[in-house]
Write a protein that binds this ligand. Structure first.
Ligand code: CA
Length: 229
């Protein structure tokens, strides 16, 4: 559930915004002055902020600027005056959207949803660009297809890399050799499940201190292998 922070001193407006957002299943908190709003925005765990411009204490300009320096969550700025919106745009404070009072609560909800969806796409594409698995001493960069053991890079063949990554991505799950063969090798590739055993042995030589007593890829006798977490 996404969490929204409303910083708004007019109680009736804040309550209306809160009601509508809660109807759309958002979790909402209100701060009714600039100082509390800034503190909550900086320290709280929110997914989006609806920020009024004119507030007792620190104003919306300053709050937007300070939060933007620390966080990249969407900020929707609200103002009673069209001129203020132009001013905010001109200042380039990093707000994502601007809305003039009076506005319909359903319009606010629509904008909140749009910005959350955009932000989610943005953060998930960033995560894909830097797709790294780290389990104890092992670090796997899936994008660059590189592996480090205790900070030292090790070379893996394509299939060794695929097999290690697959197991590391599903830790504590036991896979049979059959399942691993089907998962990693194409159906028409030459070889059989003994290929899996050979590859596991080679991976262990690279990642384990003692292949006979593996710390990462464990043999479950009569069943298969699992990556211990
Ligand atoms: Ca106000």
């Amino acid at each position: 559930m996404s969490r929204i922070l409303i910083i708004e001193d007019e109680e009736a407006i804040a309550d209306l915004e809160k009601d509508y957002l809660e109807l759309s299943d958002f979790e909402v908190e209100i701060r009714n002055n600039g100082d509390d709003g800034l503190k909550a925005g900086l320290n709280g765990d929110y997914d989006l902020i609806v920020l009024d411009l004119m507030l007792p204490g620190i104003d919306g300009f300053e709050i937007c600027k300070e939060i933007r320096e620390k966080k990249n969550i969407p900020i929707i700025m609200v103002s009673a005056k069209k001129e203020d919106i132009d001013k905010i745009r001109g200042l380039g404070l990093g707000a994502d959207d601007y809305i003039t009072k009076p506005f319909s609560p359903s319009e606010l909800v629509a904008r909140v949803k749009a910005h959350l969806a955009r932000y989610e796409r943005l953060t998930s594409s960033q995560a894909e660009q830097n797709d790294i698995i780290e389990i104890r001493g092992i670090k796997i960069d899936k994008t660059a297809r590189r592996v480090w053991i205790d900070g030292e890079e090790k070379a893996f063949t394509g299939k060794e890399f695929d097999l290690l990554t697959f197991l590391a991505e599903h830790p504590n799950h036991v896979y049979s050799k059959d399942e691993l063969f089907r998962e990693i090798w194409d159906m028409d590739s030459i070889g059989d499940i003994a290929t899996v055993t050979v590859h596991i042995k080679k991976i262990r030589e690279k990642i384990e201190y003692d292949s006979a007593n593996p710390q990462y890829i464990e043999t479950i006798w009569g069943v298969g292998y699992r990556f211990k977490i």
